[in-house]
Design a protein around this ligand. Structure first.
Ligand code: FES
Length: 92
C-alpha cells in the first residue's frame, strides 16, 4: 500500500497562454486560450485531468484525514495506521 496525501480539493487550471514560450509555438487565439484542469485531489479516474470527482471532498474538514475507495467513497480516519484496518476496497 502506498499512501499519498492530497490537501487540495479543486483542480489546478493550466492556461496555455501562461506557459513560458507557448506563444512562440502557437499563435492561434483559440489554442492560446485553451485551458486544462489538472486533478489535485487525487480522486479523478482520468488523471492527470480533473473529472469533477473533487466534489466528493466538499464535506472534508481541514486538518482531518480521509481515506477513499477507488470509487470515491470516503471516510474519516484518525491516523494512517487506521488504513490497515480498512476493508480491501480502500487499497488502490
Ligand atoms: S481536482 Fe481531482 S477530480 Fe477535480
Amino acid at each position: 500500500m502506498r499512501v499519498i496525501r492530497h490537501d487540495r480539493n479543486h483542480p489546478f487550471a493550466l492556461k496555455m497562454r501562461e506557459l513560458p514560450g507557448f506563444d512562440k509555438l502557437a499563435s492561434d487565439e483559440k489554442v492560446l486560450n485553451y485551458e486544462v484542469h489538472l486533478c489535485a485531489c487525487g480522486l479523478s479516474r482520468h488523471k492527470p485531468f480533473c473529472d469533477g470527482s473533487h466534489a466528493k471532498t466538499s464535506g472534508e474538514v481541514p486538518g482531518k484525514l480521509y481515506a477513499y475507495t477507488i470509487d470515491g467513497k470516503g471516510r474519516e480516519i484518525q491516523t494512517t495506521d487506521d488504513l490497515k484496518a480498512l476493508p480491501n476496497e480502500y487499497e488502490g
